[in-house]
Design a protein around this ligand. Structure first.
Ligand SMILES: [Ca+2]
Length: 525
C-alpha cells in the first residue's frame, strides 16, 4: 500500500472532467488556480457520509482484526484512502456529531455532552445547511443526537430536507422502538414494544431502506446522504432473520455485557453495517453515479473495550473481546477508550472512496478532526463555509494534492477533561485539578511515558491554548419539554412521576446520567 503524497496524479484537466466542468473549477480555485464561473449545467458531486456508532479503529478485517469481517470496507480501503489520524470531535456520541455538523471544536460548540437536553441552537449552521444552500438534496438516516423533538436542535431545522430515525440517543438504545421519527413526526413500528432484544420491526433495516430510497429519488441532482447508523452500539438486539446474524450466531463466543450473545450480535452488526455499505455502493453503480459520489465511512468516537468478560466462564479480555484499540499486528494499544481524551477515546477508523479520483490504496497520516468535515464538504460542493469555524478542509489530502493546511493545534474538552494536540505532542488533563500530562505520540503511541516535567514550555503553551479555546456553552432552547422527554423515556414506558428525567430543570449530564443509569439497569440486568 502506497502512502499518499502531496503531489499525486490528478491533473487539473482530470479534475474538471470529473466534476463536470466549470463548477469543479469554481469550487476549487485554491487548488486549481482558476476562477472560472460556475455553470448551472455543471453536475456537482454527491456525498455519502456514513458514521458507525462505536465502530473502533481496529474493528475491520482489512487491518487484521481476527474476528470481525468487513469485506466492503476493506475494499474501500484498498480502492480508496485510509486516514490513520482522523480524530473524533469528542469522546462520546453527541459532541462528536456536533463537531462534524458545525465545524467547531469542543470549546466552541453547542452540544458538549450526551443526553439530549442541550440541543443545537437555532443559529448553529450545520454541514447540511451549507450543502442545502449549495443546491443539494439533504437526507439523514440514523441517530441524530443533537436535539430532540420539541427543541431548537431538530435536524429538519438544521438543513435536512428529511431526517429519518432517532433524534434522542436513549431512544436509539432499542433497535425495536415503538416508533421512529421522520421530520419530528412519529412513524409507528407496529408490534414493537421498545424491548431491547426483540420486536417485529428492526429499525436499522428500515433506516437502510430509507437511505436507499433517498439516493434513488435524488440520483439526478446532487445529494448529501448522511448515515449516522447506530449499529454496532448497544443494546445488542438484532433481527433473528438478519443474514449477518446467521453468519455469527453459532460462533462459540460468550463474551458479553449482560447476555452471552452480546459479542456475536456485535460482530453481526459490524458485518451488517458493512453489507449495507456494500449495498449502497452497488446502488451507486446501478444508478451510474458512483464516479461522481464521494463516499466516506468513519466511526464516531473511540472504540470501547466491550465484552471484557466471558459469560459465564469468567475468562477476561482486558481490552475487550474485539480489542478495538489494540493493533492486532503489533499488540500496541491506544490508551483509554470512549469517554476519555486519550487516543483510545479519539481515534476513529476513516476511509474515503471516490473511484478514479482518490488514489487507490493510499494511506494518509494527515492530522485531521471532525470539525474538518464541514469545510471539506463545503469546498467540494463549491459552497461557502461559515466564518469563525475551527475546521480546515482536507480536500487537498483527499485528492492527493499539495497545499494541505495544517492545524496549529487541536482542542478537546469533555466534562472536566481537557486535551490539546500540537503535531505529535499531546497534552491531557485527565480530570479536574489533575496535573497536565504530556506525551510524544511519534515515539509513544500508547501514551505511557509522561514527559510533562521535561517540557514545561510545551505544557505552559498548551494550558494557554486551552484557556483561549474554551468558551462557555450557549445552549439551545427546549420548546416542548414533554415532547422531548417522551422520546427519551419511551423505551422504558414513557415519563413517570418521580422519574428524574422529567424534572423540569434537569439538563445535560444530569439528564444523561439518570437516563443512562436506568437504561443500563434495564438492558444489562
Ligand atoms: Ca458513539
Amino acid at each position: 500500500m502506497k502512502r499518499a503524497t502531496q503531489t499525486n496524479g490528478m491533473s487539473r484537466r482530470d479534475f474538471i472532467r470529473l466534476t463536470g466542468g466549470a463548477l469543479g473549477a469554481a469550487a476549487l480555485p485554491s487548488l486549481l488556480g482558476t476562477s472560472a464561473p460556475a455553470s448551472q449545467e455543471a453536475r456537482k458531486l454527491n456525498i455519502l457520509y456514513v458514521v458507525l456508532d462505536e465502530w473502533g479503529y481496529y474493528e475491520m478485517s482489512g487491518v487484521g482484526n481476527p474476528h470481525l469481517e468487513t469485506p466492503n470496507i476493506d475494499r474501500l480501503m484498498k480502492e480508496g484512502l485510509r486516514f490513520t489520524q482522523m480524530l473524533a470531535g469528542g469522546p462520546v456520541c453527541a459532541p462528536t456529531r456536533c463537531a462534524l455538523m458545525t465545524g467547531l471544536h469542543a470549546g466552541h460548540m453547542t452540544v458538549r455532552a450526551n443526553g439530549g437536553a442541550d440541543p443545537l441552537r437555532a443559529d448553529d449552521v450545520t454541514t447540511a445547511d451549507v450543502l442545502k444552500k449549495a443546491g443539494y438534496a439533504t437526507g439523514g438516516f440514523g441517530k441524530w443526537g443533537l436535539g430532540g423533538r420539541g427543541t431548537s436542535g431538530v435536524p429538519e431545522k438544521h438543513g435536512f430536507d428529511v431526517f429519518f430515525g432517532y433524534y434522542d440517543q436513549v431512544h436509539a438504545h432499542s433497535y425495536f422502538p415503538r416508533y421512529l421519527l421522520r421530520n419530528s413526526e412519529e412513524v409507528p413500528l407496529e408490534g414493537n414494544t421498545g424491548d431491547f432484544y426483540q420486536g417485529r420491526k428492526f429499525s436499522q433495516s428500515l433506516i437502510y431502506e430509507q437511505a436507499r430510497q433517498f439516493i434513488r429519488d435524488n440520483k439526478d441532482r446532487p445529494f448529501f446522504c448522511y448515515c449516522p447508523w447506530t449499529p454496532p452500539h448497544g443494546a445488542w438486539g438484532i433481527d433473528p432473520d438478519e443474514p449477518s446474524w446467521q453468519k455469527f450466531k453459532d460462533k462459540p463466543w460468550t463474551a458479553g455485557q449482560g447476555k452471552p450473545t452480546d459479542a456475536r450480535v456485535y460482530a453481526a452488526m459490524v458485518h451488517m453495517d458493512d453489507r449495507q455499505i456494500g449495498g449502497l455502493l452497488d446502488l451507486l453503480a446501478e444508478l451510474k453515479i458512483a464516479d461522481r459520489t464521494l463516499v466516506i465511512v468513519t466511526g464516531d468516537n473511540g472504540g470501547v473495550d466491550y465484552f471484557a468478560r466471558d459469560l459465564p466462564s469468567g475468562e477476561t479480555h482486558p481490552r475487550g473481546f474485539f480489542a478495538p484499540n489494540v493493533d492486532p499486528r503489533t499488540g500496541k494499544a491506544f490508551r483509554g477508550q470512549k469517554g476519555n481524551l486519550y487516543e483510545g477515546g479519539l481515534r476513529v477508523p476513516a476511509v474515503a472512496y471516490w473511484p478514479g479520483r482518490i488514489k487507490a490504496g493510499s494511506v494518509s497520516d494527515h492530522l485531521c478532526c471532525f470539525p474538518d468535515v464541514l469545510p471539506t464538504l463545503a469546498e467540494l460542493s463549491g459552497a461557502k463555509a461559515p466564518g469563525g469555524i475551527d475546521g480546515i478542509s482536507i480536500l487537498p489530502t483527499l485528492l492527493g494534492q499539495g497545499g494541505q493546511r495544517q492545524h496549529e493545534y487541536l482542542y478537546w474538552e469533555y466534562g472536566q477533561q481537557v486535551a490539546v494536540r500540537i503535531g505529535q505532542l499531546k497534552g491531557i488533563r485527565p480530570k479536574a485539578g489533575a496535573p497536565w500530562e504530556l506525551y510524544d505520540l511519534s515515539t509513544d503511541i500508547e501514551e505511557k511515558r509522561d514527559i510533562a516535567s521535561d517540557r514545561p514550555d510545551v505544557v505552559a503553551r498548551m494550558k494557554s491554548l486551552a484557556e483561549q479555546a474554551h468558551q462557555p456553552v450557549r445552549p439551545g432552547e427546549i420548546l416542548d419539554r414533554e415532547l422531548m422527554t417522551k422520546d427519551h423515556t419511551i423505551n422504558l414506558g414513557g415519563p413517570r412521576k418521580g422519574n428524574p428525567q422529567t424534572q423540569p430543570e434537569t439538563r445535560g449530564v444530569a439528564f444523561t446520567g439518570a437516563a443512562d443509569a436506568r437504561t443500563r439497569r434495564e438492558t444489562y440486568r
